[in-house]
Write a protein of this length. Structure first.
Length: 586
């Protein structure tokens, strides 16, 4: 591995790796693993019962389950086969800013631009079979019971309660962790689903249980159960290689006469008849336009950005906005409103010196040791005040810096990145992300133009509600006490302050200091939701209001963000959507 000395050389190294991986992609060395696509000449004039737009986290599940019910399904994906970096855990982060990443631009406020290379954030989303399930960090977390009660309130439908959605979580899952399977938590997990879930079992974080106890918390074997608060080793969709919804539903061995698949095909518009019923889609493939027909339903699973984009391009959305873009309005709905995401604030602690070399890097192994915690400042609460995701990094500096750059110090200015690199050089490091599980701030997704090729405008509006900022200060002041514990001191922990030059005028640890720190180090966590929310854009069965034959099934329908990442909840949405569609069309 070449010598890496700073952020610039890390960027160069990352680019060289991505270029090499891009060359491998052109060789199609993984194509044998995936379901082949349909001959478009045979399917162009065919009529399907269902068309699913997007073969991502939810869409692959919806299409797979509908085909298993012997319905004729066309699944259309804008991307292609998952390349090698989506398969091996150690290469996963090189998918960011690559050709299989939509790299959506999220506009940010002027007050935090001084700490970033560009005046915007990037929302990563997979443009590939499996969608973001093929490019994410593979952490499997379902959320707190109260998360789903908020969905019940928004949808006015008790079928979205924790007790009622649990079966859909279990349906996709095949839990393979021995400790969980031999515990009372077994009842909360699926045992024979198509997607394998495992748990972090490496024993290197020896001080972890003592650390948690000294913080006043408790260690829990399984936070994906009925337990609501505590610290736990992470669960993954990983066994030998990534377990995505593509590996679960779109493998070569999953080829079905009922499921037709088109790759590298972009849906440009939903087709409606004179009664406002969705009857198909327009799609572009190899510079040629096609119409595909659906006799029963069209299901949008294009994601939190592209699903609202397609609705608005098709005339469903805010009336004034669509008219401004010259689009004929079919239904006036608040599509694109209610955009929100977790905002993570990263805190880095340097631990003991590292004595490992680059030879210890194994691309098949998850590159960090993560923990997840739901923390209540008031122990009587049943809902977390903040969520901690901690990543212990071990090993050689040359291997570690690209990982830091891609995962933890996302496009910060070189002064911040170089400070973190210089201070962590030769040491193991703990990166902790402190998230507000229930932000109040809301942004928007709007059309840039009426042309399908143009990315929409995403306004994050993070921390525009003052409570979000004040609460986050509380969380950081609580969390930072970790460095005073005996357990943390025993592993040589030192807080790394990359914003000293920008925030040094404030007393360390004061509210003014943390306000400055947050504004500098904040970053959305790629958990965006809400742009086609239940209760305002779709009903509780995910049917788009005001039209017929059209549903949305992805993270965009989530009315209030869950306390954790959206990966596992989105798979649940896919399972529940498929079940509701089959039931409604029996």
């Amino acid at each position: 591995m070449e010598h890496i000395t700073n952020a610039a050389s890390s960027d160069a190294y990352t680019s060289s790796v991505q270029n090499a991986l891009s060359v491998l992609t052109t060789l199609h060395i993984t194509s044998y693993m995936w379901m082949p696509e349909t001959d478009v000449k045979d399917s162009a004039d065919a009529e399907y019962e269902y068309i699913v737009v997007g073969a991502g986290t939810a869409g692959a599940i919806v299409a797979g389950r509908l085909a298993q019910s012997q319905a004729r399904v066309l699944l259309i994906e804008a991307g292609g086969d998952p390349p090698i970096e989506t398969i091996y855990a150690g290469l996963a982060l090189y998918a960011r800013w690559s050709e299989i990443d939509y790299n959506f631009t999220v506009h940010t406020q002027p007050y935090n631009q001084q700490c970033r290379e560009e005046p915007y954030f990037t929302l990563h989303a997979g443009k590939v079979l499996g969608g973001t399930s093929s490019t994410n960090t593979m952490l499997y977390a379902r959320g707190n019971k109260q998360d789903f009660q908020r969905w019940v309130t928004a949808s006015n439908d008790d079928s979205w309660s924790w007790e009622n959605v649990l079966k859909y979580f279990k349906r996709t899952e095949k839990m393979e962790d021995p400790a969980i399977l031999n515990s009372p938590y077994r009842q909360y997990h699926g045992l024979d689903g198509p997607l394998i879930v495992t748990r972090e079992n490496r024993s290197r974080v020896v001080a972890y249980p003592n650390l948690v106890q000294q913080l006043g918390g408790k260690v829990i074997l399984d936070l994906n159960s009925n337990e609501t608060l505590g610290y736990s080793r992470a669960q993954y969709t990983l066994k030998d290689y990534r377990q995505s919804t593509a590996t679960a539903f779109l493998k070569a061995s999953d080829t079905s006469p009922y499921l037709h698949l088109l790759k590298n095909t972009e849906v440009t518009k939903i087709i409606f008849d004179d009664n406002n019923r969705a009857v198909g889609v327009k799609a572009k493939r190899n510079n040629k336009m096609y119409n595909f027909n659906a006799s029963k339903e069209v299901i949008l699973s294009a994601g939190v950005i592209n699903s609202p984009k397609l609705l608005m391009l098709s005339g469903i959305g805010p009336k004034e906005h669509l008219e401004c873009k010259g689009i004929e309005v079919k239904v006036n709905l608040p599509v694109g409103k209610n955009y929100h995401d977790h905002v993570g604030v990263m805190i880095a602690h340097r631990l003991r010196k590292s004595n490992e070399s680059a030879m210890d890097v194994d691309v098949r192994v998850y590159p960090t040791i993560p923990i997840i915690a739901y923390v209540a400042i008031n122990e009587s609460n049943k809902y977390p005040d903040y969520v901690l995701t901690g990543f212990f990094i071990y090993g050689d500096d040359a291997a570690k810096l690209p990982l830091q750059e891609n995962a933890f110090i996302d496009r910060y200015c070189s002064c911040i990145r170089n400070t973190l690199y210089r201070e962590s050089k030769g040491y193991n490091v703990l990166y902790s992300f402190i998230d507000n599980p229930m932000p109040k701030s809301r942004g928007t997704v709007t059309l840039r133009s009426s042309h399908y090729k143009d990315q929409p405008i995403i306004d994050g509006e993070f921390f525009t509600v003052e409570d979000d900022l004040e609460n986050h200060i509380d969380y950081l002041q609580r969390y930072i006490k970790v460095q005073d514990t005996e357990a943390f001191q025993s592993i040589g922990a030192k807080f790394l302050n990359p914003v000293e030059k920008k925030c040094g005028r404030y007393e360390m640890g004061s509210r003014k200091f943390w306000r400055c720190y947050i504004m500098c180090m904040m970053s959305p966590r790629n958990h965006a939701v809400g742009t086609c929310a239940m209760g305002s854009v779709v009903d509780s069965k995910l049917r788009v209001l005001g039209v017929q034959g059209l549903r949305v099934a992805d993270a965009s329908i989530i009315p209030v963000i869950p306390s954790v990442g959206t990966y596992a909840p989105t798979m649940m949405i896919g399972e529940k959507a498929a079940s509701m569609i089959i039931e409604d069309n029996m």
